[in-house]
Write a protein that binds this ligand. Structure first.
Ligand SMILES: Nc1ncnc2c1ncn2[C@@H]1O[C@H](COP(=O)(O)OP(=O)(O)O)[C@@H](O)[C@H]1O
Ligand SMILES: [Mg+2]
Length: 220
């Protein structure tokens, strides 16, 4: 069987004592898998993705990524370099004045030379059908455009795993179709949260539903 990339071992998580979200949650994403994460609003899907990259820490249990247990802040530096998280809200992802700066931010942070980053930005924008967007003001983009630029910022890091938090939210059918084709062409293992059944069934190899803080296989 393919190697595990991300594993949750009996994870509990609560924002506060009266707001428990995960209870004894177990989960495994392996190389080559594309998993849909389903469940009603507020059930803890985004929380689960944030626990993977260490934006939140479990109350109990172990998070294992790329074969190592991750606990402290420094454990998660490698995870954030290699796991690309597309935030549910594009405004959490984009914080630079222009599109090119937002897409270049991650690769520059990795210490890549400016010339190489310029190429990465151009290539990534082109692959998403965003040619000529380099100098657009991020704040003036439409919701759909912001989402695609967010995805460009994630892909520019050339991550090994993708976590996509409702990538199709607020997009028109044509853009969803383009996004679908594009994601299907990507080699990475991924977890995708979506409420759009036709979107996630076409994209994923299996689906898990979150219920009362744990995950259950969903038979489509
Ligand atoms: N920062 C926070 N502080 C307190 N409660 C939160 C916070 N973020 C999310 N929650 C609550 O935790 C639960 C799970 O949220 P979330 O993971 O965002 O759900 P989903 O992504 O499935 O819609 C919800 O009840 C939400 O209101
Ligand atoms: Mg969410």
């Amino acid at each position: 069987m393919n190697e595990p990339l991300i594993q949750f071992h009996n994870i509990d998580f609560a924002y506060s004592p009266d707001r428990t979200v995960l209870r004894g949650c177990n989960f495994c994403l392996r190389q080559g898998e594309r998993v849909a994460l389903l469940g009603p609003n507020g059930c803890g899907k985004t929380t689960l993705l944030h626990l993977i990259v260490g934006l939140l820490r479990p109350t109990n249990g172990r998070v294992e990524v790329f074969g190592k247990v991750r606990r402290g802040e420094t454990d998660f530096h490698e995870v954030r370099r290699r796991v690309g998280l597309l935030f549910q809200d594009a405004d959490d992802q984009l914080f630079c004045p222009t599109v090119a700066e937002d897409v270049a931010f991650g690769p520059l942070n990795l210490g890549k030379p400016r010339d190489e980053v310029r190429l990465i930005v151009a290539e990534t924008l082109k692959s998403l059908g965003l040619n000529g967007f380099e100098h657009r003001v991020t704040n003036h983009l439409s919701g759909g455009e912001k989402r695609l630029v967010s995805l460009a910022a994630v892909l520019a890091m050339r991550p090994d795993v993708l976590l996509l938090d409702e990538p199709d939210m607020g997009l028109d059918d044509a853009v969803i179709e383009r996004l679908l084709k594009l994601i299907l062409g990507l080699p990475q293992a991924l977890i995708v949260i979506s409420h759009n059944r036709s979107f996630w069934t076409e994209l994923t190899t299996s689906a898990l539903e979150m219920r009362e803080g744990n995950l259950f296989v969903q038979v489509p």
